[in-house]
Design a binder for this molecule. Structure first.
Ligand SMILES: Cc1cc2nc3c(=O)[nH]c(=O)nc-3n(C[C@H](O)[C@H](O)[C@H](O)COP(=O)(O)OP(=O)(O)OC[C@H]3O[C@@H](n4cnc5c(N)ncnc54)[C@H](O)[C@@H]3O)c2cc1C
Length: 405
C-alpha cells in the first residue's frame, strides 16, 4: 500500500507502477514519451464493458472513528537478533515500519527459527500486535508452548490501526541498508507471508481478500515537475526489483470504460486485510492451540526476569523504543478515517493524495502525503478531524453528488 502516494497508494501500487501509470497518462494526453513497454507499459486492458462501480457514500457524517498510529520504522530494517538479558535469552523482533502485517508470517518464521534453536520449548512472546500474534502461532506450530505477555491486546494495539493492505516493502528500511543479504532475507520473508495469506482466503468473516483498486489522476498531475529531494531514499522498490511477478500487473483502464470522466485510470489488484476478523482468527487459533495471554507491562528489560520462561521473543513494535531505549526506532505517523462500510462496494481508490480501502470492518480513508517521509519522526497521536473530512471529500469528488441525503 504503501499508503503513500509515491510508493504505495494504500491500494498497493508500487512507485514503479505509478511511474508506468504516469507514462501511460502522458501517452493518453498526446505527449511524446520514450516507450518503456515491459511489465506495465503494454496495451490497454481489453475490457469489453464499462466498469460498473457503485458510488461510495463518502460524507463526513458517516465517519465513525479517526485513529492515529506510529509505524515503527528503523533505517536498517527490523531488528531480528538474539540478546542475553540477565538469565533470559531474548529474540528481538521489532521495527517493521509500514510492512508489519504484510511481512509478519515471513519475519515470524525467522524469529521462530531463532527461538527454537535456543533449545527451549516453553516460550514467552512479548506483544500481541501483528508481529506477536503471528510469531506466537508459528512457535506453536513448531511445537512450543507459548504465553503472550502484552500491555494491549487487539483491537487496542497499534496494529489494529493499520490500513490493512499488502505492502511488504513500505518503509521497511532505507535504500542504503538494502544490502544483498537484506534483500535475500526480505524476499524469503515476503514469499513466505504471501503464501500464508493465500491459505487465509475464502474463510468465514473474509479476513483476507483480493480487491481491485483504481489509481485515478487528473491530467494536470502529470504536468507538475518533481522537486529535487536530498533526503535518503527508502527501499521502496524491493517488490518491483526482486519479485515483480508476485502480484497481478497493473493495467490502464481506457477512457470511456471507467466512470471517472476524462481522468486517467490504472487498475491494480491487491490483498486487503480485514483486520478485525483477521486478528480474531489469529487469537482463536492461538487459544485453540493451548496458548495463554497475560496482560502485563514491562518498564525496563530487567522486568523480563519476572516471566517464567527462559526464552522470550520481543515483539513490542514501537513500544520497544521506550522499553529498550532503542532510538533507532523512528515514529512515522499515519491517520485513518473509518467509515460505515457498504455491502456493494468492493473496490479501492487512490485519488489526489488520498487512499480509499474498502475494508469490510469499516471503510478507510487516508491522506498519504507526497512521499514516505510523510509523518516521519512525528509521534503525536492527536486525531486531525479536518484532515479526515478533507480526505473523505476528495474521494467524494469522484462521484456525482447524491440525489438525496
Ligand atoms: C497508519 C498506518 C498504516 C499502516 N498500514 C499498514 C498496511 O496497510 N499493511 C501493513 O503491512 N502494515 C501497515 N502498517 C504497519 C503495521 O501496522 C506495523 O508494522 C505493525 O503494526 C507492527 O506490529 P507490531 O506487532 O510490531 O507492533 P504493535 O501493533 O504496536 O504491537 C506491539 C505489542 O507489544 C505490546 N507492548 C509494547 N510495549 C510494551 C511494554 N513495554 N510492555 C508490554 N507490552 C508492550 C503492545 O501492547 C502490543 O501488544 C501501518 C502502520 C500505520 C501506522
Amino acid at each position: 500500500m504503501a499508503v503513500e502516494r509515491r510508493k504505495g497508494l494504500a491500494v498497493g501500487v508500487g512507485r514503479r507502477d505509478l511511474l508506468a501509470g504516469a507514462g501511460a497518462a502522458l501517452m493518453l494526453a498526446g505527449c511524446a514519451v520514450n516507450g518503456e513497454g515491459g511489465r506495465h507499459g503494454g496495451a490497454p486492458e481489453a475490457a469489453r464493458s464499462p466498469l460498473a462501480l457503485t458510488p461510495i457514500r463518502a460524507t463526513p457524517d458517516r465517519i465513525t472513528r479517526i485513529t492515529v498510529c506510529t509505524r515503527p520504522f528503523r533505517a536498517q530494517g527490523p531488528r531480528l537478533e538474539v540478546e542475553r538479558i540477565g538469565q533470559k535469552l531474548v529474540v528481538h523482533h521489532y521495527g517493521h515500519g509500514g510492512s508489519g502485517w504484510s511481512l509478519s508470517w515471513g519475519t515470524g518464521l525467522v524469529a521462530t527459527e531463532k527461538a527454537m534453536a535456543l533449545g527451549e520449548r516453553d516460550v514467552a512472546v512479548i506483544g500481541c500486535g501483528a508481529i506477536g500474534l503471528t510469531t506466537a502461532l508459528q512457535l506453536q506450530r513448531a511445537g512450543a508452548k507459548v504465553t503472550i505477555y502484552a500491555k494491549d491486546l487487539p483491537p487496542d494495539t497499534r496494529s489494529s490501526f493499520a490500513t490493512g493492505v499488502w505492502s511488504p516493502d513500505s518503509r521497511i528500511c532505507l535504500e542504503q541498508y538494502a544490502t544483498p543479504a537484506f534483500k535475500a532475507l526480505w524476499a524469503r520473508m515476503c514469499l513466505t507471508s504471501f503464501q500464508a495469506y493465500q491459505s487465509l482466503l475464502g474463510l468465514p468473516g473474509t479476513p483476507i481478500e483480493w480487491v481491485d483498486n483504481y489509481n485515478v489522476a487528473d491530467r494536470k498531475d502529470h504536468e507538475e515537475e518533481e522537486k529535487p529531494d536530498n533526503r535518503p531514499p527508502f527501499a521502496d522498490s524491493l517488490r518491483h526489483d526482486l519479485l515483480p511477478d508476485l502480484t497481478p500487473h497493473s493495467a490502464e483502464v481506457p477512457a470511456g470504460l471507467h466512470p471517472f470522466g476524462a481522468r486517467l485510470v490504472r487498475r491494480n489488484t491487491n490483498m486487503v486485510f480485514n483486520i478485525s476478523s483477521y486478528a480474531r482468527l489469529l487469537l482463536d487459533e492461538f487459544h485453540a492451540n493451548g496458548g495463554r495471554i497475560e496482560v502485563r507491562e514491562f518498564h525496563t528489560p530487567a522486568d523480563f526476569a519476572g516471566v517464567a520462561q527462559k526464552v522470550l521473543v520481543n515483539c513490542t513494535g514501537y513500544g520497544a523504543r521506550a522499553l529498550m531505549g532503542d532510538t533507532s526506532i523512528i515514529p512515522v505517523r499515519g491517520q485513518l478515517a473509518r467509515m460505515i462500510p457498504q455491502e456493494d462496494v468492493h473496490y479501492g481508490l487512490f485519488y489526489n493524495g488520498v487512499s480509499f480501502v474498502p475494508r469490510r470492518d469499516g471503510f478507510v480513508f487516508q491522506a498519504v502525503g507526497p512521499d514516505d517521509y510523510y509523518g516521519y519522526n512525528d509521534d503525536s497521536i492527536e486525531p486531525d478531524r479536518p484532515l479526515a473530512e478533507q480526505s473523505v471529500r476528495i474521494i467524494a469528488g469522484l462521484f456525482p453528488p447524491p440525489a438525496f441525503g
